[in-house]
Design a binder for this molecule. Structure first.
Ligand SMILES: NC(=O)c1ccc[n+]([C@@H]2O[C@H](COP(=O)([O-])OP(=O)(O)OC[C@H]3O[C@@H](n4cnc5c(N)ncnc54)[C@H](O)[C@@H]3O)[C@@H](O)[C@H]2O)c1
Length: 376
């Protein structure tokens, strides 16, 4: 059962609409602000896809959906929200403008999550003049309504209590919150993805493989391993009976060989964009983005369902969470009238989140002590 009474989404593009879908499908009312005149159509397209995916997860029926309201201003959208998720384009000046407005008009105890892919929360919360201590980065992965991970990052002014409440909020909508221990640009997920993407661009640019061949090399091999065990546990097993130490001894020295291009970035010119985009068009073989989204969603549900049956039926990794999440949604579906009297389901986040606004001192342990702008 969610602990959010009313949510606001600021920005309803790829990611904002994904948040809206996850929240609505958990029965939570959402107020959205997005200046794009096409926003309503785009959000309803994403909702269609999300409903379709959730119907596969819950053949017995979905919970009663929350109500979606399109607000005319940020002030109107956040006025009575206890959880606000910002998902506007990745520009610091825009994040400042939008977060300042959210901060000025949201209830003091509301938690504010930013979907940013890499901007440090310390650099964003300077724009929040009233309650910067309630800002966390809540970095999701696309499609937000299916992929459970959310990286939570606090800035120098974020109170530890805000991080705790954010963890509860995201977990209550079926997500797996992982708190990033130190504030760095791009956090953990995008650090890894960027390194892999940079290398992939070199391999295609240098004519070593096409985009399709590269994707095949990934999805027929280590992509399958990563989805269920990640990187380190897979390497532990690859070390044979001697495990991780043997693996490190064998492959550690290779890191010094000239295998990868590492930090070199291929020149991002029209030639490179054309090469990648043309090969990507060929690979799609006439399938539209919406058709590819359906295939992606079906495959993700199938993978999570398969993993939910592993480990003697207890589920493994994302599958264990998937099992709990579908149970939670089925329970919610069984009591559709819970909100009919307009009463809050629980005042938990509001109460707890009220603390960081005034009464709670930042704890020394969790707060990043110094700026960490260095690429790691
Ligand atoms: N696309 C991804 O895979 C991905 C993954 C994780 C995080 N993110 C992050 O999510 C955020 C949004 O990315 P996206 O891919 O959804 O971008 P997008 O371009 O698809 O959507 C951005 C939306 O914000 C709206 N917008 C612009 N100005 C606004 C304002 N002043 N107030 C409210 N809405 C406004 C736009 O109209 C648009 O609909 C970025 O910070 C991005 O880094 C993206």
């Amino acid at each position: 059962m969610s602990i959010i009474n009313k949510a606001a989404a600021i920005g309803g593009g790829v990611i904002g609409a994904g948040w809206v879908a996850r929240l609505l499908l958990n029965g939570i009312d959402v107020s959205i602000f997005d200046p794009d005149p096409e926003a309503s159509r785009k959000v309803s397209e994403v909702m269609k896809g999300a409903r379709r995916a959730y119907k596969q997860m819950l053949p017995g029926g979905l919970p009663k959906e929350g109500k979606l309201t399109f607000a005319k201003t940020i002030a109107e959208a956040v006025a009575d929200a206890d959880f606000i998720q910002e998902s506007v384009p990745e520009r610091l000046d825009l994040k400042h403008k939008v977060l300042a407005e959210i901060d000025a008009h949201a209830p003091a105890n509301a938690i504010v999550g930013s979907s940013t892919s890499g901007i440090k929360p310390t650099d964003m919360q300077v724009a929040m003049k009233k309650h910067p201590e309630r800002l966390v980065v809540g970095h999701p992965f696309n499609p937000v309504y299916l992929l459970p991970l959310v990286e939570i990052v606090g800035g120098q002014q974020t109170f530890p209590e805000a991080i705790e409440v954010a963890k509860e909020i995201y977990a209550s909508i079926g997500m797996k919150p992982v708190v990033v221990r130190k504030e760095i640009e791009a956090f953990v997920g995008d650090r890894l993805l960027e390194a892999a993407w940079r290398e992939a661009l070199w391999l295609v640019k240098d004519g070593i493989c096409t985009v399709e061949e590269l994707d095949d090399i990934m999805r027929y091999s280590f992509g399958l391993r990563w989805a269920q065990m990640g990187m380190f546990q897979v390497y532990r097993v690859a070390g044979g009976e001697a495990g991780m130490r043997h693996f490190m001894a064998q492959f550690g020295p290779c890191l010094k060989w000239p295998w990868t291009k590492l930090m070199d970035v291929p020149e991002f010119n029209d030639e490179l964009v054309d090469l990648i985009a043309t090969q990507s068009d060929e690979q799609a073989n006439g399938l539209s983005i919406r058709e590819l989204e359906k295939i992606r969603d079906d495959n993700l549900v199938a993978i999570m369902e398969a993993l939910s049956k592993q480990n003697k039926g207890k589920g493994w990794g994302a599958g264990a969470l998937h099992k709990d999440y579908t149970k939670q949604l089925a329970k919610l579906a069984a009591k559709p009238a819970a909100k009919a009297d307009g009463k809050a389901k629980t005042a938990k986040p509001a109460k707890k989140a009220a603390k960081p606004a005034k009464a709670v001192k930042p704890a020394k342990t969790e707060k990043p002590k110094k700026k960490s702008g260095k690429k790691g």
